[in-house]
Design a protein around this ligand. Structure first.
Ligand code: TMP
Length: 396
């Protein structure tokens, strides 16, 4: 049974940046109610009513995974590791974005699946790219009895797909006998620990725990045999999944991770009710910080027009009165307005100027990279604001 525990209010699609803030374009904005539930039998945490993926993954999709050096390095490292460890002949990526993972493999090994046409266009000349949603039909088109994938990789994608049963059934069909599915997604353990409620937005239909993934894949004759905690996206989990009959034994690590999650009570509804209370407190404390600084006439901006920050700004109703603008390195976000609050987005070259007193870390998951990059801002007395694990001003 699904039980609701968190209501983050009326929200726009987090990636739907507006080209204009004219009345006409604002009138077309799509909103939905962002409510989060816990399934008491599978222990899955999910958005109560997911948005139709056809509205989300269009040819206007803004996110480019290769924008960050942290992500480029992380994908290179895992690509090399998988190549060395499993010696795959065929590697398929589901949700290949701008090719940041597949670029680490020779062309002949790669099959890429990417439903956003603008992204599929980036990789299609070099790599065999299917501009489609991942489902049984596509799996049947790509694979056959004699053609299977040795590695299926999918980062920050499986948690976006409402129909997990079909997704994993199609993966089971596509994997070779000892093939391995490797998925990376934000970790529920980290969300609860960091109070990072901004991991909930329309695209994150699910936030996975190892406990819930083990339950879900079982229904498609798959087995979660290993996992590792990784730092990307503010705390993620990399899950290793194989066919039930594959040669891999369940590792000590997966047993320990599940034990740790049980100790944190991720299988109990009461944990989420407590989390929900902390989220409300985080909201009121963050608003207080912004208002206090604004009353002192401080110039506040936000750093990184992230999808996560869309949840925060729309839930806390932090808009143009409190934030002058947002800086973002992504060219196709610059010159646009954020969904819901319509805060202008500009380049950091223009926006990170001497007048800025405070910058909210919308991209808090890249805190290390950003603090390193913005030494000059910090040196001259500029400060960052964050909301994780609780709202505060970072002085260094
Ligand atoms: P993500 O958390 O969804 O990957 O998005 C991060 C966003 O932050 C992306 O739009 C790029 C932007 N960004 C900057 O503007 N400056 C930076 O230094 C970093 C690391 C990211």
């Amino acid at each position: 049974m699904k039980k609701k525990f968190l209501n983050l209010g009326i929200q726009p699609l987090a990636n739907s940046f507006l080209s204009s803030n004219s009345k006409k374009s604002l009138a077309k904005e799509f909103f939905y109610n962002l409510e989060v539930s816990f399934n008491t039998s599978s222990y899955l945490v999910s958005i109560s009513k997911p948005v139709n993926p056809k509205l989300q993954y269009t040819d206007k999709y803004a996110h480019r995974a290769s924008e960050s050096i942290t992500m480029r390095n992380a994908f290179k490292k895992i690509a090399n590791r998988l190549n060395e460890k499993y010696l795959p002949k065929i590697v398929m990526e589901i949700g290949s974005n701008d090719g940041v993972f597949i670029r680490n493999f020779p062309k002949k090994k790669i099959l890429a699946v990417e439903p956003c046409k603008n992204l599929a266009n980036i990789t299609k000349n070099k790599y065999k790219t299917f501009p489609n949603f991942w489902n049984k039909k596509l799996a049947n088109k790509i694979f056959s009895k004699s053609k299977k994938a040795d590695i299926i990789f999918s980062a920050n994608t499986i948690s976006h797909i409402p129909n997990l049963k079909e997704t994993f059934d199609a993966i089971e069909f596509s994997l070779s006998e000892n093939g391995v599915l490797v998925i990376e997604d934000p970790s529920l353990y980290s969300v609860i620990k960091n109070n990072s409620y901004d991991q909930f937005y329309d695209e994150h239909v699910y936030v996975f725990s190892a406990i819930s993934v083990a339950n879900i894949v079982k229904k498609s004759n798959l087995r979660l045999f290993d996992a590792e905690e990784i730092t990307t996206h503010g705390g993620s989990m990399r899950f290793y999944i194989c066919k039930n009959s594959a040669k891999y034994k369940n590792t000590k690590k997966i047993k320990l991770i599940i034990k740790k999650e049980k100790k944190a009570n991720l299988h109990k509804f009461s944990t989420y009710l407590e989390f929900s209370k902390r989220v409300k407190k985080s909201k009121s404390n963050l608003i207080k910080i912004f208002k206090r600084l604004k009353n002192k006439n401080k110039n506040i901006i936000s750093y990184g027009a992230t999808y996560k920050s869309s949840t925060i700004f729309n839930y806390c109703k932090i808009g143009k009165k409190l934030i002058n603008y947002i800086t973002d390195t992504t060219l196709n976000k610059q010159g646009k307005f954020t969904p819901g609050q319509h805060i202008p987005i500009i380049s950091p070259a223009v926006g990170m100027n001497d007048k800025v007193d405070y910058a909210f870390l919308g991209a808090w998951n890249f805190k290390k990279e950003i603090l390193k990059k913005e030494k000059e801002f910090i040196r001259r007395g500029g400060k960052f604001i964050t909301h994780v694990p609780s709202p505060r001003i970072i002085s260094k």
